[in-house]
Design a protein around this ligand. Structure first.
Ligand code: TYD
Length: 140
């Protein structure tokens, strides 16, 4: 897991957890506390059996999200239109902020990877920027 995010509109969110060894870990996130918005939606992605799978390839105009890798690992590629950064997501206690105007792709999934995303709004296709050229025009 990366220690410093250099792209715009991102950041690291650390979750509180209780190590109840040998009875497991309990990990907690709360709206407007560790999660810096009110959660209106969540989704998770599993069954990532193809190492060639690519997800994301879009940016959002307004949506705020936090992405976690709660099992396994993958690479999160962020691009704010000026800087790019690849982040190895392999620590379930750290999330990465996917703020607006941040082109993101997810690659190199382990087969046991499970991704959890928290969002501050409902699904709205109009909020997506799905073309990279269109993204660059939008942020510049
Ligand atoms: P998409 O956001 O493109 O997935 P990813 O970024 O992980 O590759 O969503 C894939 C499809 O699922 C797309 O047709 C829209 C739909 N979808 C919903 O209907 N609701 C949702 O909350 C999300 C995230 C996606």
């Amino acid at each position: 897991m990366v220690k410093k995010i250099k792209v715009k509109n991102s950041g690291i969110i650390k979750l509180q957890f209780y190590n109840d060894f040998p009875d497991g870990n309990l990990v907690i996130g709360e709206s407007n506390k560790s999660v810096p918005f009110k959660i209106k939606r969540f989704y998770f992605i599993n069954n990532l059996f193809s190492p060639k799978a690519i997800r994301g390839k879009h940016a959002h105009k307004k949506l705020e999200q936090i992405i976690f890798c709660i099992n396994g690992q993958f690479t999160l590629n962020l691009d704010d239109g000026e800087s790019k950064q690849g982040i190895l997501m392999n620590d379930p206690y750290y999330g990465v902020r996917l703020g607006p105007k941040l082109w993101h792709t997810m690659t190199k999934f382990s087969s046991d990877c499970v991704i959890l995303v928290l969002a501050d709004d409902y699904f709205e296709e109009d909020d997506y920027i799905r073309g990279y050229k269109q993204f660059l025009e939008y942020v510049r």
